[in-house]
Design a protein around this ligand. Structure first.
Ligand code: ATP
Ligand code: MG
Length: 287
């Protein structure tokens, strides 16, 4: 969707106003965009018609960005920075995200976070990692999604290239641009050499652990497999080694993987010795 310059300005005005209001009054948008009231109202009507801004009539008339409007602002940001040139198809829909193909000088994937609507509490709980949030009075879905994207991009930069993950390329608002991963989600695959993949996954879990990172949502849905190897995706909910929930998360991650291989391929591994392998604890040594 391409917007006229004044529509873009007003869309930015709504975004800016959402730092202070859940529903942004027209006066605030007007003050931000430096356009007359008539023009602002006209453009707002257009944005509402396009279904990228929502109007709410209460004691006053307020406006809020919809996710599609926020997507447009993020895409604009990437185009300006020449991170992407053209948009492609939807290549993935997760619990809390939409992933699109895009082109720069090579094919890339854009993951648009959608956290705010569903796991607001989770993001709020993890906000001690994100100091600037404290300053934002109105902690809306928009910030929840932006913080999740920021968190994912930052941790990907720590892990890449030591761990087999997509290459992190850029982040803007609630969106992360990364390299396209080959293959399919492991849940959809039938592996010919399952043991090779199981060892490979555990090796990557260990490498991440050595860098101080535990995925915390690891399962057959977040491992992509192809003939050439495997890639672990979807990192925003990671915890750090040494944090309160670290052991619990690591155990859950490893267990999810082991249960999958046991059920689907009858490959059995001992949970505790696998955890010890990840942690670098030699057999016989107390954990
Ligand atoms: N870099 C990528 N290349 C190709 N496909 C991808 C890539 N990243 C994600 N996908 C596809 O999109 C789907 C959703 O992505 P992802 O698992 O990161 O999000 P999610 O499950 O919604 O996670 P979150 O917990 O962050 O909300 C994946 O299962 C996968 O099929
Ligand atoms: Mg996922």
């Amino acid at each position: 969707m391409s917007l006229l310059p004044n529509e873009k300005k007003v869309l930015r005005g709504v975004e800016e106003g959402m730092k202070r209001h859940e529903w942004v009054p027209v006066e605030d948008i007007e003050a931000f965009v430096h356009l007359g009231r008539k023009e602002v109202e006209y453009r707002l009507n257009r944005l509402v018609e396009m279904n990228i801004v929502e109007r709410y009539i209460q004691s006053y008339v307020g406006y809020q960005l919809k996710f599609d409007g926020y997507d447009i602002l993020a895409i604009e940001g990437f185009v300006k920075r020449e991170t992407i040139g053209a948009l492609g198809e939807v290549i993935g829909v997760g619990k809390e995200s939409v992933v699109l193909a895009a082109m720069s000088h090579r094919p890339v994937a854009i993951k648009f976070h959608r956290e705010g609507r569903t796991s607001f509490k989770h993001v709020k709980r993890s906000r001690q990692h994100l100091i600037d949030v404290e300053k934002i009075e109105n902690f809306s879905w928009l910030y929840a999604a932006m913080l999740a994207a920021k968190r994912e991009f930052e941790v990907m930069k720590v892990l890449y290239p030591a761990v087999s993950i997509p290459e992190p390329i850029d982040q803007n608002r609630h969106a992360v641009v990364m390299s396209v991963v080959k293959g399919v989600e492991m849940v959809k695959a039938t592996l010919v050499e399952p043991e090779w993949y199981l060892d490979g996954i555990l090796e990557q879990v260990k490498k991440a652990y050595d860098l101080g990172i535990i995925h915390s949502d690891l399962s057959e849905h977040n491992v992509m497999v192809s003939d050439e190897g495997l890639t672990i995706i979807d990192w925003p909910q990671y915890v750090t080694v040494g944090s309160k929930t670290a052991d619990e998360m690591l155990e859950r991650d490893v267990k999810n993987v082991l249960v999958h291989f046991e059920k689907k391929y009858r490959l059995k591994r001992d949970l505790q010795s696998t955890i010890n392998y990840v942690k670098g604890i030699a057999a016989g040594q107390p954990s």
